[in-house]
Design a protein around this ligand. Structure first.
Ligand code: GAP
Length: 458
């Protein structure tokens, strides 16, 4: 299934089924913007809750935060984003197509990694190797320009240089500038982490591949602070936590993701070690989750620029130091895309018909149950059952079309169980419970249903 065609099938499927819609569609859309329909919104919320639960609530070290999107612009000066958060932009003079210079080199020469090359080196290489425009096949480019990736705006009524603000390109800086507040107010001792979930914005030159790279997206980031003399290998600890979360909590097939170590040249300006977990998307392998060692880079710089003491006082040794940081960071939409890619199956049944089934883990599926009357006569009873079960579980009521079609519809949106109220239910107080993956059906007593469904929610 690893080809472009299947990506197109998956994307069309997700639009049709109400997971993802084209952004601003009735006005002809807005390039690379996507809205999440009822099923997509449900999944995003569940995913955020699972992340929060696993990385914040259930982890004994960590606490949560919700910082602003618009920060004092000095934050971005200090963090290095104003000076370093640029992409090299190049235009084809002939057909006006626009590219990231580093990307066209890497696409033409996959064995090459451009990280660390100067603009001049990239320009020279493109011309020497005659890397042609992907649209018109000419080699006639403008010089490379550095393109600032942060979205700029103005705060207040006067729009001049003094009122410039930026939409955050990562949530991490909101955590660093609240390090001291959080540590003090919760009396946290090292090691501890601060995590948050929120929107980030990047004016990407080459957004695309559906929801993989967009200009507006949500991040789930953890900044884990530890003493630099602590001998625990916190980098490995968090790497294993991420892999456990992917394979055990989200049940993503281990074969579909792998680690990639950044070489020196491609490390971000703040990092001395980074590993990406890459996922095998239908459009190709791409970064899903990054884990970076940020050392004391951010806190030291903020301390210097803000003239505030951001050090940690060790209550035992009475020594002050700036903690080191490990940062696991993932994009919510990229994670959702990986989950959907992993779950999408087309199965050929015994009668040679095809069934599309989303094999989503139960905690992530938009609905846990679909409740259906076999025929209209059972509508009222089935609806009462739906009202009752909906208090405990995420349910949908479906009474449209024949039962076979309804099963297919629920398979396609990943509903783990279909519960049918039929002719005999009034007599034997039982319903038929059908399993999405095995398609096996079982008669279960209505009185035992809640316990049965709770036992199987894993
Ligand atoms: N605070 C570190 C940081 O932001 P990053 O590698 O630039 O590091 C972290 O981003 C994660 O955010 C990525 O692994 C990816 O999942 C997600 N991400 C980054 N840019 C994105 C974009 N334009 N669209 C969607 N997700 C993006």
């Amino acid at each position: 299934m690893q080809n472009r065609k299947n990506n197109d099938i998956l994307i069309a499927f997700l639009k049709n089924q109400g997971f993802v819609f084209q952004g601003s569609e009735i006005y002809g859309g807005l390039a690379n913007s996507w809205d999440y329909g009822p099923l997509g919104a449900e999944m995003k919320n569940k995913l955020k809750n699972l992340w929060w639960d696993f990385f914040i609530k259930k982890n004994i070290h960590n606490v949560g935060l919700d910082s602003s999107i618009i920060l004092n612009p000095n934050v971005w000066k200090t963090s290095g984003h104003i000076d370093n958060f640029n992409d090299p932009l190049i235009d084809c003079k002939n057909c006006k197509s626009r590219y990231r210079a580093d990307k066209i080199i890497e696409e033409a020469f996959p064995e090459i990694n451009v990280g660390g090359w100067t603009i001049q080196q990239q320009e020279k290489f493109i011309l020497e190797k005659k890397i042609a425009c992907q649209q018109c096949k000419k080699v006639d480019y403008t010089p490379i320009r550095q393109f600032q990736l942060m979205f700029k705006s103005y705060q207040g009524v006067i729009q001049d240089d003094s009122s410039i603000v930026y939409l955050r390109p990562e949530t991490a800086q909101g955590i660093f500038i609240n390090f001291k507040n959080t540590q003090r107010s919760l009396r946290k001792k090292l090691p501890f982490g601060i995590g948050q979930i929120g929107k980030s914005f990047r004016n990407e030159i080459t957004p695309g591949n559906f929801i993989f790279r967009t200009r507006e997206f949500e991040q789930m980031e953890l900044e884990f602070f530890y003493d630099r003399n602590d001998e625990t290998d916190w980098f490995s600890y968090w790497l294993l936590q991420i892999e456990h979360f992917l394979s055990v909590e989200l049940k993503i097939n281990k074969k579909n993701f792998k680690r990639r170590v950044h070489n020196k040249e491609e490390l971000s300006h703040y990092s001395n070690k980074t590993i990406d977990i890459e996922y095998n998307y239908f459009h190709g392998i791409g970064e899903l989750w990054g884990i970076a060692s940020r050392t004391d880079f951010d806190l030291s710089r903020h301390q210097e620029a803000s003239k505030q003491d951001l050090s940690y006082l060790d209550p035992i040794t009475n020594k002050k130091s700036i903690p080191y940081v490990i940062e696991p960071s993932v994009g919510l939409e990229r994670l959702l895309f990986a989950i959907l890619t992993d779950a999408y199956c087309e199965e050929t049944l015994e009668d040679k018909s095809t069934r599309i089934v989303l094999k989503l883990t139960k905690k992530i599926a938009p609905y846990y149950l679909a409740i259906m009357p076999l025929q209209k006569q059972q509508n009222e009873k089935a609806f009462d059952l739906y009202i009752n079960l909906n208090r405990e579980f995420d349910c949908i009521f479906d009474d449209t079309g024949n039962i076979g079609k309804r099963y297919r519809r629920e398979d396609a949106i990943g509903t783990p169980y279909c519960i049918t109220y039929d002719f005999d239910s009034d007599e034997d107080n039982c319903v038929t419970v059908r399993d999405r993956d095995t398609m096996k059906q079982e008669r279960i007593k209505i009185n035992d249903l809640v316990q049965y469904l709770k036992d199987n929610y894993k």
